[in-house]
Ligand binder design. Structure first.
Ligand code: NAI
Length: 501
């Protein structure tokens, strides 16, 4: 029986290993982590992360060929393949602060593998790492290796949170990079290929050299984020000229060479990967003496920051230039629907902006615990472009001005404005438009039903609301036509947060 061990039981390690165990009953998979609460949660009924379909997959395999535990060394020692899926956040101090990937966790995992191994192993980079990391990892592993052979492979993960299980079960491609030039490298590539071949068609398993695989992951994320920043830059121009960004992006996306995905204007992208990976790419370019290329990619992040602050300005200015003491209901805090992950969520920047203007926030997000929201809002925000400078809202101010509620209706009760965040819009713009049409027909009840899964059964008292700003990773603004109808039918004046009229 092939034995797999994965170091890091996070958003990537957990779901990826669960799907491998599910699809390969003949393989034993152990997922290990230094965090005791995380492993305890993986072994409980309430998994530490929310992903549609994850519960079912874990329940089917846990205790059979899928195990979660804290005994790192024991499982690494006996594994044939060791995946490393630890976090690689942006460095906040030292050389490359604000941009470079912090490889501390990776290095300590590699050193532990070298220390405890008694047999040859394939070590797989699952984390997103800077190009050429495999070379450093090889050095760590072979130094003091006691004659054991280590093959390092790069197998970056392309799953998106919120759709992790479907992405893993039906991936566009699986990328395996290795030392193609050596027999040992080729054999290792084939071994990992055989694991994926249990369910992924051969033509979707792409084998490359190590550096291409490492760089492809950074490049793919940079391209995706670039599309969002590109359309967001156009949304600003639309507002200045009277063009409608939905009409423009839909016309642009109809071009088959461009395609329609990742072209919806929004309050900006979020999540743990896009910003981190692009900044990592920027740093690699700078280190390779390519400042023009670095500046090109930096601009993608700058537009993202600009879009978030522009959104706050629009909200404030459309509420008569003051939100002081006004209640703003916020539906959705995580960075998109179907996840509880709040890393780099645009909601923190929007909320911080509103809190600086003394607004009262009432937040509802069924997947995010209250303590997490308070922590996110009161943790100083590190400025990537000016390391050392931070934006900070004191915890007592956050606690006084933010109320976290457990039902969407409560969040919108007596609100002067509602911000419909990530829960609603992501990928469901059309459904949302239909909802608004429904509201026009039956003004008292805007029932999201399961279209906006997490806000099911919500009845928004929109008649009390002055402003509706709709924002999400992939969508912002109410279509003009709907706004016009709402203006006619809504009892109070209605202004969109970032409309295109
Ligand atoms: P995460 O923070 O959710 O999980 C990382 C886990 O590694 C944590 O539970 C931590 O306790 C554990 N860990 C850290 N050092 C350790 C060590 N020395 N030994 C054992 N466990 C250790 O991070 P996430 O989101 O799973 O990301 C992991 C990597 O995958 C990152 O490089 C990320 O860029 C990449 N990635 C993330 C995606 C996402 O959507 N979150 C998608 C694709 C790639």
């Amino acid at each position: 029986m092939v034995k797999i061990c994965c170091i890091g039981a996070g958003y990537v390690g957990g779901p990826t290993m669960a799907v491998i165990a599910f699809k390969c009953p003949s393989i034993e998979v152990a997922v290990v982590d230094i965090s005791v609460p995380r492993i305890t949660a993986w072994n409980s009924d309430k998994l530490p992360i929310y992903e549609p379909g994850l519960d079912e997959v874990v329940k089917k395999c846990r205790g059979k060929n899928l195990f979660f535990c804290n005994e790192l060394e024991k499982h690494v020692a006996v594994a044939d393949i060791v995946f490393v899926s630890v976090n690689t956040p942006t460095k906040s101090s030292g050389l490359g602060a604000g941009k470079a990937a912090d490889l501390t966790y990776w290095e300590s995992a590699a050193r532990m593998i070298a220390d405890v191994s008694k047999s040859s192993k394939i070590v797989v980079e699952k984390s997103t790492v800077p190009v050429k990391t495999a070379e450093a990892i090889e050095k760590i592993l072979t130094h003091n290796s006691k004659g054991i052979e280590f093959q390092v492979l790069s197998n970056p993960e392309f799953l998106a949170e919120g759709t992790a299980i479907t992405d893993l079960v039906n991936p566009d491609r699986v990328l395996i990079g290795g030392r193609e030039e050596t027999p040992g490298g080729l054999k290792a590539i084939q071994t990992l290929k055989d694991v994926y071949a249990h369910w992924v068609p051969q033509e979707r398993i792409i084998c490359t050299n190590l550096w291409s695989a490492e760089l492809s992951k950074l490049a793919a994320n940079a391209f995706l984020a670039q599309r969002i920043s590109s359309v967001n830059s156009i949304s600003a121009l639309c507002e200045a000229t009277g063009a409608n960004v939905y009409q423009v992006s839909s016309a642009v996306g109809k071009d088959s060479r461009i395609g329609s995905k990742f072209l919806d204007a929004s309050v900006g992208f979020g999540g743990s990967c896009f910003q981190k990976d692009i900044l990592n790419l920027v740093y690699i370019c700078e280190c390779n003496g390519l400042p023009e290329v670095a500046n090109y990619w930096k601009q993608v992040i700058k537009i993202n920051d600009y879009q978030k602050s522009r959104f706050v300005s629009r909200l404030v200015s459309s509420m008569f230039n003051t939100v002081s003491g006004k209640k703003i209901g916020i539906l959705g805090f995580s960075f998109k629907k179907d996840t509880g992950d709040t890393r780099e969520t645009p909601a923190t920047d929007v909320c911080r902006g509103l809190l600086s203007d003394k607004a009262q926030l009432i937040i509802y997000d069924p997947q995010v615990p209250e303590a997490q929201m308070i922590k996110d809002l009161s943790t100083p925000k590190f400025d990537w472009d000016q390391p050392g400078s931070t934006i900070h809202i004191a915890e007592d101010v956050v606690k006084q001005s933010v109320k976290v509620v457990h039902d969407a209706y409560e969040a919108t009760k007596d609100a002067h404005a509602i911000w419909l965040g990530d829960l609603v819009v992501m990928g469901t713009k059309r459904a949302f438009e239909e909802d608004l049409q429904e509201f026009i027909k039956h003004p008292k009840h805007l029932d999201y039903g399961n279209k906006a899964a997490s806000v099911a059964e919500t009845k928004l008292p929109l008649e009390t609301v002055q402003l509706v700003g709709i924002a999400g990773e992939n969508g912002i603004s109410v279509p003009d036509m709907v706004v016009k109808e709402l203006e006619v039918n809504a009892p109070l004046p209605l202004v969109t947060g970032m409309d295109t009229s």
